[in-house]
Design a protein around this ligand. Structure first.
Ligand SMILES: [Zn+2]
Length: 230
């Protein structure tokens, strides 16, 4: 089990008084390496955008089929339906969910192809949210790299989000980044939590060692979500 190297309370004191994150007026595209990343890192923002009927596209890069190693028949389908259910909680319909079907834990070798795929779904008016290129997981980092290349080509705005950074990184790592936070009121936190509960295969496991034990969920309970300008 991963124990975060920095106490959550220290992250909160570092991050809670950042400038306000403004997603802007255009459509938002969330690039999600694995089903659940979109909910954990950006679920509150997605819910807020959908409550005001702003367009949100979620690009699911992998189906997360290898979360528990490579011998899990049925996990792909399970995670696809969990992600669709989570997105319904957040107000995003299946029409606004794109699945690229790249192999879980195999994004880096496909990153050039990923640039082309991303570029085919976004246009210059999009604000793209992608995992930071330093987010301590090869799939997350490759998605960040591809998002940076694709948005550069297209001329779209790009912001980073974080997940593994909260558990494997330290605040000093983010020094110099243009961080901003998006406050979540009680209603948004409730919607986000209901969405997260849909990712059941990540929260429970017969072995007793789920991918997302309770201590890794602490950042998802914050009263804000953190983004950084690319
Ligand atoms: Zn992930």
């Amino acid at each position: 089990m991963i124990t975060p190297i920095v106490e959550e309370s220290r992250w909160i004191s570092t991050l809670q008084s950042l400038p306000l994150f403004d997603p802007g007026p255009g459509p938002v595209a969330v690039i999600s390496p694995h089903p659940d990343d979109e909910t954990l890192a950006t679920g509150g923002l997605i819910a807020a955008l959908r409550l005001r009927a702003a367009p949100v596209l979620v690009i699911a890069v992998t189906d997360g089929e290898n979360a528990y190693g490579q011998d899990n028949p049925g996990l792909r389908e399970t995670r696809r339906s969990e992600q669709a259910a989570a997105l319904r909680e957040l107000g995003v319909s299946g029409r606004n969910l794109v699945r690229l079907g790249i192999t879980d834990s195999g994004v880096a070798p496909q990153r050039e192809r990923l640039v082309e795929l991303l570029a085919s779904y976004i246009s210059s008016d999009y604000h793209v949210l992608a995992p930071w290129t330093g987010d301590f997981h090869p799939d997350h980092e490759a998605c960040g790299w591809a998002a940076e290349e694709a948005t550069k080509q297209i001329g779209a705005r790009l912001s980073w989000y974080f997940f593994w950074t909260w558990h494997r990184g330290t605040p000093s790592l983010l020094e110099g980044m243009r961080l901003a936070n998006f406050p979540l009121n009680e209603r948004l936190r409730e919607i986000k939590w209901n969405a997260l509960a849909q990712h059941r295969s990540q929260l429970e496991h017969p072995s007793g060692q789920p991918i997302l034990p309770d201590n890794l969920l602490a950042p998802a309970r914050r009263k804000f979500e953190v983004f950084a300008a690319s």
